[in-house]
Design a binder for this molecule. Structure first.
Ligand code: SAM
Length: 473
């Protein structure tokens, strides 16, 4: 079996493999890197990703170390021009803007026309090539931020805590329902992965995932196959409220369970050690590992759901019941010029003069930024010319010196900037360094209810323990 790029991406990007393109901090786009397939009018670049930062032929992103910065192509794909005028105008307009977090991306899927061989044709026109992106290896975290949403998903701050609390670790067997968009599935697959399928004699970490929505099930099945995670995540199409958690009639012998369902209390009776309706029922098969305690987490947006879940947990013998809400806060760091208020939205000093001044200042910053970028490009046409020739040298010098900081994190930016750029004060080094908590962060606020179902303890277990650890005296 092929090792998943989520588990071992190697050191460089590969053709026909998944890569995550980072356009800006929170704008991530998953792309399968396609090698060029034929003649392309002298430019064998093949498929291209078009963004407001420029066009990025897949060929320039294959066989480069993960994390590389990729410069926009100087060759226009032509696809934008022939695709539709509105899209082209929007993209051209957007490319004039400075970077924002809300950019649209036109992926290769949307590009037309495609020639008879299924390839995107290339034209020779020169475009704005000042933009860049980064090419990142797929990880559950970047996948969560870029995956096609079919449902609400569990975000990284929640699933990292959940996986720790339910003790998911290499070799664990985990049950998950419902699979939804597969965000949690990817994170849990990595958590339980233990080198599988390296050695068959080892216990293999496995995720048994359940989804009753047919379309979502098929989408997810294909995604797991494409990501080479289908040997770790076993997906079943089922309504778990009625059908429970056995796989092919057998127990998965799970020790960790995560339920992201509208009514977890309806699924809980199936996660017992004995038939809750008839504990003497010898034909009943539990999905749990009888030799281990089971660690469970349910994920519910409303407190009413929590109340019903906790009540079912108590009735079914779960212990250590505990509810947690993850409140994550991300900080945004930026520079603001002293004496110039740019925080229009907060209504402070919001005069017309401030607005004019701010616009003039932003235009000046943008012009200087472009001049600086052009000079760096002229001096070295290679992909990483900026970092080699410009800011990197200054950056080193600056690092040695250390940015003067006061207790509030305010730095002497002018001196610092001048030392860096060589073209006057570098725009990105101007102003006071400000950090703010971001009010919005991608976590779907839900209540996490944790509980433990102790392992079974039979007469035989007692006898074995007594033999192994005889009571002295
Ligand atoms: N945890 C997922 C993720 O991180 O992408 C999102 C799960 S989504 C909020 C809930 C999913 O549970 C939906 O896809 C829904 O179809 C599925 N579901 C609801 N009731 C179910 C049931 N009785 N059996 C199986 N799946 C069910």
């Amino acid at each position: 079996a092929k090792i998943s790029p989520f588990l071992d991406p190697g050191s460089v990007t590969k053709a026909n493999s998944l890569a995550i393109l980072q356009l800006s901090r929170d704008n991530l786009v998953p792309v399968y890197l396609q090698p060029p397939k034929g003649k392309h009018d002298g430019y064998a670049e093949g498929a291209v990703v078009n963004t407001r930062y420029g066009s990025f032929p897949h060929a320039t992103m294959i066989n480069v170390p993960w994390g590389s910065q990729i410069r926009a192509s100087k060759v226009d794909t032509g696809s934008r021009g022939r695709n539709n005028k509105r899209k082209r105008d929007a993209a051209d307009e957007a490319s004039k803007e400075t970077e924002t977090e809300t950019q649209e991306v036109v992926t290769e899927k949307e590009q037309t026309p495609i020639n008879g061989n299924g390839e995107v044709e290339i034209k020779k026109a020169v475009t704005d090539s000042s933009g860049f992106i980064h090419v990142l290896p797929p990880t559950p975290e970047v996948w969560t931020s870029s995956l096609p949403h079919r449902t609400q998903v569990v975000y990284t701050p929640d699933y990292s805590y959940v996986l720790h609390r339910i003790r998911a670790r290499p070799g664990s067997v985990l049950i998950e329902a419902g699979a939804g968009s597969g965000s949690f599935s990817h994170a849990s697959a990595r958590a339980v992965y233990n080198g599988y399928p390296v050695d068959d004699s080892e216990k293999k970490g496995k995720v048994y995932s359940f989804e009753f929505h047919e379309q979502r099930y098929h989408k997810m099945k294909q995604e797991l196959k494409d990501h080479h995670l289908d040997e770790i995540v076993h997906l079943t199409h089922r309504d778990v409220y009625n059908g429970g958690f056995l796989v092919d009639g057998k127990s998965p012998e799970a020790e960790a369970i995560f339920l992201d369902l509208p009514a977890p209390w309806e699924a809980l009776p199936h996660i017992s050690r004995r038939n809750p309706k008839d504990p003497s029922d010898k034909t009943w098969v539990s999905p749990l590992n009888p030799k281990k305690s089971a660690h469970l987490c349910t994920f519910s947006p409303c407190i009413e759901q929590v109340t019903k879940t906790v009540s079912a947990m108590r009735r079914l013998g779960w212990v250590d019941i505990d509810m947690v809400e993850i409140a994550n806060r991300k900080y945004h760091a930026s520079r603001e010029r002293v004496g110039l208020n740019l925080s229009f939205d907060r209504g402070v000093n919001n005069s017309a003069r401030d607005v004019d001044e701010a616009i003039a200042r932003l235009t000046e910053i943008e012009t200087r930024f472009r001049e600086h970028a052009a000079k760096s490009r002229d001096s070295d046409d290679e992909m990483d010319s900026d970092t080699e020739k410009g800011p990197k040298k200054g950056g080193k010098k600056n690092n040695k010196k250390g940015a003067p900081q006061n207790g509030n994190g305010v730095s002497d930016s002018n001196e610092e900037g001048a030392a860096v750029s060589g073209y006057g004060t570098a725009p990105w080094m101007e102003g006071r360094l400000i950090t703010r908590g971001e009010p919005e962060i991608k976590t779907h606020t839900s209540y996490l209810v944790f509980a433990i179902l102790p392992r079974e303890w039979t007469e035989e277990d007692e006898a074995a323990a007594a033999a192994k650890y005889p009571v002295i005296g």
